[in-house]
Design a protein around this ligand. Structure first.
Ligand code: MG
Length: 377
């Protein structure tokens, strides 16, 4: 018996044409190669940590807000729908989506900015690159190789962006940033699904937290169009259902537009293989111009009114202090870290030690980071 992949479009990623794994392994009997990647990600320690990592709201502020884990699952759900409609590889988009935030620090973007500032003299810290580092090096589960030994295609999708300097150090997986090539369509889908997921769930979380109002959101075309539709159909609808009915319609509008517009572009470009997708002059998966503008406008609105809201900033200011304190303390006293990290830190120079500390701090779920901060005071 062996696994037979379903029929997919010629421009999709095909399991039997995968560029493979760094350490070669026998193919699984009943799963495709990308399914195996997805399964390894779900079983990883980094994936379980996502449940206690902040998306926008700190995990202990309320039980109903998105965490990195629920965000990643929403990304995967949207990405699978788009991939299915376009004849792409659903297992691959799912693997990329579930892994895309594995490198995120505790406390959301505040944690990442703060850790990046701490690492300025040591090569910097970037969560996207860290996600790749988690699956390539930091997961320690298998006897025969470090990391999860994922396929090239999954790793290509995880590494969304990368500086030229880092790209040179990464070798093969970084080459496309130097050659200005595109990633495969599954990677492009997962990337946009990420933005669709957060744009929409942050509206929901922002309203729930009382930081955004339906009235101010009505200035956004994407929101107002659906608001008018729901109000007309259900004039007496209660507030929570109103918001939910608007959000599901907003997701539907942008996802449908993404599929329709991308289909059209695929018809024009007609890539015969994933390699032709990679060497195309630009990305193929995209919204129509109008929906793109609506999407970007909502993103800008959230930046101004939610991510930079005074209440969110109070939390992010505290997060910065915690991350800086943890970093400095472990730099001065590596013995405060668990043995595996302090031993590694003892074997390398100062820059190497900083990277070990960054790996340790980045892996911390929010509440563990808070507990460590309090312990080290
Ligand atoms: Mg994300």
């Amino acid at each position: 018996m062996s696994y037979t992949p379903p029929d997919r479009a010629p421009f999709a990623a095909h399991e039997n044409k995968s560029l493979g794994r760094v350490h070669s392994e026998e193919s699984p009997a009943y799963r495709g190669e990308f399914q195996r990647d997805r399964d390894r990600i779900v079983h990883s320690t980094g994936f379980r940590r996502l449940v206690y990592k902040t998306q926008v709201f700190v995990n202990h502020e309320g039980d109903l807000y998105r965490t990195r884990l629920t965000h990643s699952i929403e990304v995967a759900q949207i990405a699978r729908t788009v991939a299915g409609a376009l004849g792409l590889n659903e297992s691959l988009v799912e693997a990329i989506s579930l892994a895309h935030d594995l490198g995120h620090t505790p406390f959301g973007h505040a944690g990442q900015d703060s850790l990046n500032a701490c690492m300025r003299e040591y090569g910097g810290f970037e969560h996207n690159l860290q996600s790749l580092r988690v699956v390539d090096h930091l997961e320690a589960k298998y006897a025969e190789f470090p990391g999860l030994n994922l396929t090239y295609e999954t790793r290509e999708g995880i590494l969304k962006h990368c500086s030229a300097r880092n790209a040179r150090e990464l070798g093969e997986i970084g080459a496309r940033f130097l050659q200005r090539q595109q990633p495969g369509l599954e990677a492009q889908v997962a990337n946009i699904a990420d933005a669709i997921a957060y744009n929409n769930h942050d509206v929901d979380d922002g309203i729930r937290a009382g930081l955004l109002t339906v009235e101010s959101l009505r200035e956004q075309t994407l929101f107002e169009m659906q608001f008018a539709d729901v109000r007309q159909r259900y004039p007496d609808i209660e507030d929570r259902r109103l918001v939910y009915e608007i959000i599901r319609r907003m997701i539907n509008r942008v996802v449908t537009d993404l599929i329709d517009n991308t289909r059209q572009k695929l018809d024009e470009v007609r890539p015969a293989s994933i390699d032709e997708v990679r060497s195309h002059s630009s990305g193929i998966v995209a919204f129509s111009e109008q929906v793109h503008d609506e999407h970007v406008s909502l993103k800008g609105y959230l930046m101004k009114n939610l991510y930079k809201h005074e209440k969110v900033r109070e939390m992010t200011d505290k997060a910065k202090i915690m991350v800086e304190t943890l970093f400095q303390t472990y730099m001065n006293e590596p013995g405060q870290m668990p043995d595996e990290f302090s031993t590694s830190a003892g074997r390398v120079d100062e820059t190497g030690q900083a990277r070990v500390v960054a790996d340790y701090v980045a892996g911390m779920p929010d509440r563990f980071a808070i507990a460590e901060f309090e312990r080290l005071q």
